[in-house]
Design a protein around this ligand. Structure first.
Ligand SMILES: [Zn+2]
Length: 277
């Protein structure tokens, strides 16, 4: 039986149901048809114009993106509207586009969980567990926290983490690990660590409440950072892209292990990288 866009969506929604997504989010099939047959899939965090060109060259029928290509209401399709260019190009090439965003962030394959395991954290728990009224077997929530076997200075913990990142397979591509920003004393003893992929500034109070010594995240704004430091919480800001890219590899592994998708060629984008120089 031919694989359709709808079947791929089902495989993703089995681990990250659409109803988990935040109200302000825009997940699911955003461009194309659910009945479209799929032979090749390209995975990315950001479906940029470069990624669309890569998908065309790969002859992909479907792009799976973490960030929705239509997010704020699209009011026109003008040539000078930056937000309109990707939807226009993707339509022109007849490629479908599906987004798994805040629902994937809460899933078992989130970057936070991958990075927590990579650090070797013990007694890992969700940082913000979400409960709902549905009879759901899947535990869900944002971020994780856990403990190192023993405490070490921030500088030592961070060097060890970067070494592990370089040697591991949590990234599908060879990304440049520069641009990471640290705040707090490098001599501070670290034992309890919280991790939130993506924009983690809003989780600073939660990490403080849990008594974390360090929060590893991306995109912390100035004021959230000052609050963290006043509460004696060290911050490691990997940048938005690097903090979320592990989800590409874990999603790739989830999809390639799925029997229903056997025969479909799946690739992680090689051109989708942090947009910062
Ligand atoms: Zn994100």
């Amino acid at each position: 039986m031919a694989v359709s866009v709808g079947l791929v969506a089902q495989v993703i929604e089995n681990i990250a149901p659409k109803y988990w997504a935040e109200e302000w989010d825009n997940v699911g099939l955003l461009v194309g048809s659910g009945s479209k047959p799929v032979k090749r899939i390209l995975l990315c965090l950001d479906c940029t114009l470069e990624v669309v060109e890569e998908a065309k060259a790969f002859d992909a029928q479907l792009i799976l993106a973490h960030h929705p290509i239509i997010f704020k209401p699209l009011k026109n399709l003008r040539a000078d509207n930056g937000a309109a260019q990707v939807p226009l190009r993707i339509l022109q090439y007849d490629i479908a586009c599906y987004a798994a965003h805040t629902n994937l962030d809460q899933s078992n394959i989130s970057s936070s969980k991958v990075l927590g395991k990579l650090l070797g954290l013990e007694k890992i728990e969700l940082l913000e567990r979400i409960y709902d009224n549905r009879d759901d077997q899947l535990e869900r929530g944002y971020g994780v926290y856990g403990y190192l076997k023993e405490s070490h200075k921030f500088g030592v913990v961070w060097k060890d983490f970067l070494d592990k990142l370089k040697k591991s397979r949590v990234y599908a591509q060879d990304y440049e690990l520069s641009g990471v920003r640290l705040a707090g004393s490098l001599d501070k003893e670290i034992r309890k660590i919280a991790i939130v992929n993506g924009s983690g500034g809003r989780f600073v109070p939660k990490a403080l409440f849990k008594g974390a010594d360090l929060l590893i995240t991306g995109d912390v704004d100035h004021h959230a950072l000052l609050d963290a430091l006043d509460g004696s919480l060290a911050i490691a800001d990997l940048g938005h892209f690097l903090s979320e890219a592990p989800m590409l590899q874990s999603l790739y592994e989830h999809l390639t292990a799925e029997k229903a998708l056997q025969g479909v060629e799946i690739r992680v984008s090689s051109v989708n990288r942090s947009p910062w120089l």
